[in-house]
Design a binder for this molecule. Structure first.
Ligand SMILES: CNc1nc2c(CC[C@H]3O[C@@H](OC)[C@@H]4OC(C)(C)O[C@@H]43)c3nc(N)[nH]c(=O)c3cc2[nH]1
Length: 372
């Protein structure tokens, strides 16, 4: 029995949306779920007790960042990531593949793995499937992601096919390297770019390894929205219904609705925390750019429908003042609100699926939110 299992609770009758539960050694996760990103073992500008209090059930962290700093051996000696960062609920770690491509100074991809220079001090490193699993085992996360190549967009068919086939060979090496770990569940990652036949090939190859969960990778990499939705239309169905489905790197409200409607269970995105530090809030009436002069004498809350700590205690005028003054409290309060907003949105989506009114809920939200 894998340490991570999926329980289907209810399928929507008018779409592929589904309500479920993912069981992990650090508690169960109600799905669909949005997972706050805590790249360097912290959800930026938030304390873990605040993240827990707002209802986060699982957070993400990252192999690439923690391997480079402080080093996975230090986290292992600290007793693992849960102890190190004082988070006793579930943790998912990404394998580092994506970050090497997007952050590190990529040296070379070979069958062995990826050579790169650290974005921190330029030192030379090699990440391989075995190294990625070794690091994630040291971190002790509940869900560990396979070491994969996230093909760039656009990319020609030949490149994408070779890349997905190497990603499958890397996945087999990840499974082998993780075989003695009872409490850490390895998720496979489907690649295949925007090519339906290659997506199918990747899905068949990774599902054949009978893993506890699967992610759809290679999306949210700059492709137009309609292409992502078209790929999602068929990708989700290539994955088994009795396992969790994780769409990587996706998280603004419209993407969440479209992903849930197509049967995705798990989402992550740096957006809510990143745009908060840049002074932008997600609200039920669309985005609010707090530095705009319009908010200078606006003494109402960010979002009239939100009951988060920020919306209960502060006005737009005060939040604008904090941001303009470059105060640390600005990031804290806006991050708190944005995470609360998305976590609350997912909770309302779960309720809507339970009451068989998901599409109605989506329409109501879109009408109020305005343009995306
Ligand atoms: C933004 N769009 C996007 N992100 C993607 C990711 C990374 C997802 C991780 O990177 C961070 O988001 C940038 C998040 O914070 C940490 C904690 C690093 O984990 C999340 C992917 N990761 C892997 N392994 N494979 C993929 O095909 C893939 C595709 C993605 N598309």
């Amino acid at each position: 029995m894998a340490a991570v299992t999926y329980e289907l609770i209810k399928k929507d009758s008018k779409s592929k949306a589904r309500r479920g539960r993912v069981h992990t050694p650090h508690g169960s996760i109600e799905t669909p779920v949005f997972m706050p990103v805590g790249t360097a073992a912290t959800v930026k500008a938030m304390r873990p007790d605040e993240v827990k209090e707002m209802g986060a059930q699982i957070i993400l962290s990252n192999t690439y960042h923690l391997y480079l700093r402080p080093g996975h051996e230090i986290v292992r000696e600290a007793g693992g990531l849960h102890k190190f960062m004082n988070w006793d609920r579930a943790i998912l770690t990404d394998s580092g593949g994506f970050q090497v491509f997007s952050l590190g100074d990529l040296r070379k991809i070979t069958e062995e793995g990826v050579e790169f220079r650290s974005h921190i001090d330029g030192s030379k490193h090699m990440l391989s499937p075995e190294k990625s699993i070794e690091v994630q085992n040291a971190l002790g996360s509940d869900i560990i992601m396979a070491f994969d190549e996230c093909a760039p967009y656009p990319a020609d068919r030949g490149y994408v096919k070779n890349s997905l086939e190497r990603t499958t060979r890397w996945l087999k090496r990840c499974k082998e390297a993780n075989k003695n770990e009872d409490f850490q569940s390895l998720f496979g990652i489907m690649q295949g770019g925007m090519y339906q036949d290659l997506r199918y090939q990747s899905a068949m190859e990774i599902v054949d390894l009978d893993l506890p969960g699967y992610a759809i990778g290679g999306l949210s990499v700059g492709e137009p929205k309609d292409i992502m939705y078209e790929v999602l239309d068929y990708c989700v169905d290539y994955l088994p219904a009795d396992k969790p489905r994780y769409l990587m790197g996706v998280g603004s409200p419209d993407y969440l609705f479209e992903g849930v409607e197509r049967g995705v269970d798990m989402f992550d995105c740096v957006l809510p925390t990143r745009i908060a530090r840049n002074g932008t809030a997600m609200t039920s009436r669309g985005r609010v750019v707090i530095k705009n002069a319009a908010h200078e004498r606006d003494f109402t809350a960010l979002d009239p429908e939100c009951d988060c700590y920020t919306c209960r205690n502060y006005s737009k005028a005060y939040l604008r003042h904090l941001f303009k003054s470059n105060e640390i409290l600005s990031s804290m309060l806006l991050t708190n609100h944005n995470l609360h907003f998305l976590i609350n949105l997912m909770s309302n989506m779960r309720k809507a699926i339970e009451e068989d009114r998901f599409l109605e809920f989506k329409r109501e939200f879109y009408n109020k939110y305005g343009k995306f």
